[in-house]
Design a protein around this ligand. Structure first.
Ligand code: NAI
Length: 278
């Protein structure tokens, strides 16, 4: 299978890595060589770690050899499946899918790893709504089991079947849902993270205490503020805005502190500072 990935950030890099580990030929695109280099370095590091732990079937070099990096969208003409993992912005994603729809061969499936943007809207932009789907991996992709498979309004049964089988070939567990704001995962998760941020803003407790209470008290493997930093506060804000707009209830209103931190460029782990320092 010719497996395409657009965006070499935390998610795109992880998706490319797992696809290559599964034996697919992978092509990764990003807008700057520096982003491709960074993505490649992250994949190399992750492969080395998995190899050390004996969790890699092939040698790291062999897996890396299956991944090609490019800045040209034209290179996706022969892709069987392209998964998009660029910035969480509907206009930017729609523009990309409009372009891709004219490049990828007609039988190729286009998928978005979006956390919250309507699959049906992106499907329309692509011009091939039957062969369009949401393929929502979790972070970090090499370690997390779930792929949320989101059917748009016109996604065909065959597209859903192929994408489900592909996720299984990648060693993941695909679970189906329909196209509603935030799907299942983020509709339930994000309001909890947002509420934890609101607790910081109101001075209910210090971040360490909030995370500790949720870890020890609810048996969560990671506290909500650590998780928000890990996801990226910009991404969290975008998702809350989609939930707020799409579901129209004030319980989804983004915390003003979340908004302020994003305005200040404090995006969590990827910027070095969020609720914690990295
Ligand atoms: P990121 O900021 O780490 O990476 C995004 C990458 O896309 C960057 O390398 C950027 O240069 C590139 N990019 C931006 N515009 C582009 C364009 N027009 N063409 C090609 N490349 C472009 O972001 P991250 O965290 O990897 O998120 C990507 C997507 O995955 C978002 O839609 C996000 O909502 C979703 N997602 C994120 C999760 C997380 O935990 N961070 C979990 C699941 C989904």
């Amino acid at each position: 299978m010719n497996f395409g990935v657009i965006g070499a950030g935390q998610m795109g890099g992880g998706i490319a890595q797992v696809a290559a580990q599964s034996g697919f030929d992978v092509l990764v695109q990003d807008v700057q060589q520096a982003f491709l280099d960074r993505g490649r370095a992250t994949i190399e590091k992750s492969l080395a770690k998995l190899h050390e732990k004996g969790r890699l079937a092939d040698a790291p070099d062999v897996v890396l050899g299956r991944i090609r990096f490019t800045m040209e969208l034209q290179d996706f003409a022969d892709s069987d499946l392209v998964v998009e993992a660029i910035v969480e912005n509907e206009a930017v994603k729609a523009e990309l899918f409009r372009t891709l729809g004219g490049i990828v061969k007609p039988s190729g499936i286009l998928a978005s790893n979006t956390s919250s943007i309507p699959i049906t809207a992106l499907a329309s932009a692509s011009g091939r709504p039957e062969r369009f789907i949401g393929m929502h991996f979790m972070n970090p992709v090499p370690l997390m089991q779930l792929v949320e498979v989101i059917r748009g309004y016109q996604t065909s049964d065959e597209t859903a079947r192929i994408v489900t089988e592909t996720a299984e070939q990648m060693g993941k567990t695909p679970l189906p849902c329909n196209d509603f704001p935030g799907f299942v995962s983020n509709r339930i998760l994000m309001p909890m993270l947002n509420e934890a941020i609101q607790c910081v803003m109101e001075g209910v407790a210090e971040p360490e205490a909030i995370d500790g209470i949720m870890k020890l008290g609810m048996n969560h493997p990671m506290g909500p503020l650590t998780l928000a930093d890990f996801i990226g506060l910009d991404t969290c804000l975008s998702i809350m805005e989609v939930l707020h707009r799409g579901l129209g209830d004030d319980k989804y209103r983004p915390s003003p502190l979340l908004r302020k931190m994003v305005q200040a460029g404090l995006l969590g782990r990827k910027s070095g500072q969020g609720f914690y320092t990295y």
